[in-house]
Design a binder for this molecule. Structure first.
Ligand SMILES: C[S@@+](CC[C@H](N)C(=O)[O-])C[C@H]1O[C@@H](n2cnc3c(N)ncnc32)[C@H](O)[C@@H]1O
Length: 266
């Protein structure tokens, strides 16, 4: 998973400063958020259903004493952790990957201290390069068939549906995931602008998995043709000639939208 921008975690610092016991669900192999939370909260428990992710996370965080890492499936855990023991349960880029979100939510209700326990959902849409004039075309137009196929296999129907139902802040009714009767959650949205050094657009494109898939399927010659086509398209659409940028050490700007939903237990 991509390393988070510093801003993504800094913007939730104040929320976690009020928490002593925190559970992160779906921490992944780097456990980026758990590592950050350990600098703020006394006790951090981080779980993931993947044995491999947990063992890698253990290696990353072996110097952090207040993080407990456990392999647990968050949709199928009977009383592994005592009820009412967490000030916050947090998911970072993870809620939509859970196979059974309602099952997870009922366990989250049990695990949170009441009243006041919080479920915190942090997400940034995948491939959010919308305001990056060059980046958006690299990802939207270049080898779009291969890219769509890749997206389809990554975003399984279940994951895509979960994202729309539980994680997309534009969904029509922003309900409190912890209780239908409670008022809606607090939603914070941030736009974070960051600078992306661009040294050589060809190698930038090559780094994307989609490019290696394309190379494997179509070969080097077709790849070079696609790069030329990409250059022409950017010139036509934006009057922006990237030819001169090749092999130069230039900087592009990208903007990332990032949102945090805070659901509080009555
Ligand atoms: C997209 S990764 C996000 C990892 C990390 N939070 C990050 O952003 O770097 C989603 C993680 O959720 C985990 N996951 C999926 N289903 C799970 C479940 N039922 N219980 C616990 N973890 C789960 C996956 O193993 C994966 O590590």
């Amino acid at each position: 998973m991509m390393r988070p921008e510093a801003e993504e975690f800094n913007c939730v610092k104040d929320i976690f400063e009020a928490c002593t016991d925190v559970l992160e669900v779906g921490c992944g192999e780097h456990a980026y958020l758990a590592e950050f939370l350990a600098t703020i909260c006394a006790n951090v428990t981080a779980i993931d259903s993947s044995e491999e992710a947990i063992s890698r996370a253990r290696a990353c965080l072996d110097h952090v004493p207040n993080v407990r890492l456990m392999r647990v499936d968050a949709t199928d855990w009977t009383d592994v952790l005592p009820g009412g023991s967490f000030d916050a349960v947090v998911l970072y880029r993870a809620l939509h990957f859970l196979a059974d979100v309602p099952a997870f939510l009922s366990e989250a209700r049990r695990l949170l201290k009441r009243p006041g326990g919080r479920l915190i959902v942090m997400n940034s849409p995948l491939f959010d390069l919308t305001s990056d004039r060059v980046g958006v075309h690299v990802f939207r137009d270049f080898c779009s068939d291969v890219f769509s196929a890749q997206l389809e296999s990554y975003w399984t129907p279940n994951v895509a549906q979960n994202f729309a139902t539980y994680c997309d802040p534009t969904r029509p009714r922003l309900v409190n995931l912890l209780s239908e009767e409670s008022p809606g959650p607090i939603l914070k949205t941030f736009r974070h602008t960051t600078e992306v050094p661009l040294i050589d657009i060809r190698s930038e494109v090559l780094r994307a998995t989609v490019a290696s898939q394309f190379l494997e399927a179509a070969g080097e010659e077709s790849f070079d043709r696609e790069i030329l086509r990409l250059q022409e398209r950017i010139l036509i659409l934006h009057g922006f000639d990237i030819t001169d940028l090749l092999f130069e050490n230039l900087v592009l700007t990208k903007t990332v939208t990032f949102h945090v939903e805070i659901h509080t237990l009555n």
